[in-house]
Design a protein around this ligand. Sequence first.
Ligand code: ADP
Ligand code: MG
Length: 246
Amino acid sequence: MNVRLRRVRQLADDDQCVVSLSGVGKTYSGGVVALRDVDLRVERGEMVAIVGPSGSGKSTLLHVIGCLDRPTTGTVRLVGRDISTMRDRRLSELRGRTIGFVFQQFHLVDSVSAIENVAMPLVYAGVSRRQRLRRAAESLHRVGLSERAKHRPSRLSGGERQRVAIARALVVEPSLLLADEPTGNLDSRTGADILELFTSLHADGATVVVITHDRDVAAHFPRRVTVHDGMVHDQQPHEIASEVSA
Ligand code: ADP
Ligand code: MG
């Protein structure tokens, strides 16, 4: 292939790929090997469950996918950019506008209202206060919480808090919505509602990666990636379909 054609293909490829890991390993200081030779690509518009038992390396994988942590070996590309050559400041700036994180413990600030929590990532992005509040209100509307905008997180139910956290993740219009055990602190009915919300955001075009130890949760996803002892096994949608029909 000539050089120009290869470059054109590379660009087209990068355009589709939100994040890609190749040959990624992660060893913590102390010698724990948490990830081994992981290859994983998440394309624009996908909805992926990352599933595996406790201690298998899921959160480590989320940290690497989300560029919160750098791998020990291998390459991570976020929206086409190799992060290994990027300085921490540039990486956190890129991460801030491309990835929306959702965690099991919500991580909301209780001294301010729901809408102020949602608007917070835009402070770092240098958006004016007026625009911040407008976009935060839109984001709360997307998760069905407009009437709770003025409430402090402590006055909200667990499910409502997680919706606020999802609205905060969405406010920067990220390329990737990345969640670690988002239903882990919720009862099963509320957890199902939150999963439904992720499904509808995906239907609206969001790229969603959800980490869970719960196989029932993962069963709702078109693509599942299983982590076991730091290694991943990727099940593409057609493999899951044939498993269901078998
Ligand atoms: P999971 O999210 O699937 O429960 P983790 O990614 O949290 O798994 O952990 C994978 C392995 O790495 C475990 O053996 C865990 O004890 C270890 N580990 C996780 N974080 C650290 C850390 N900061 N320092 C050392 N070891 C860690
Ligand atoms: Mg974990």
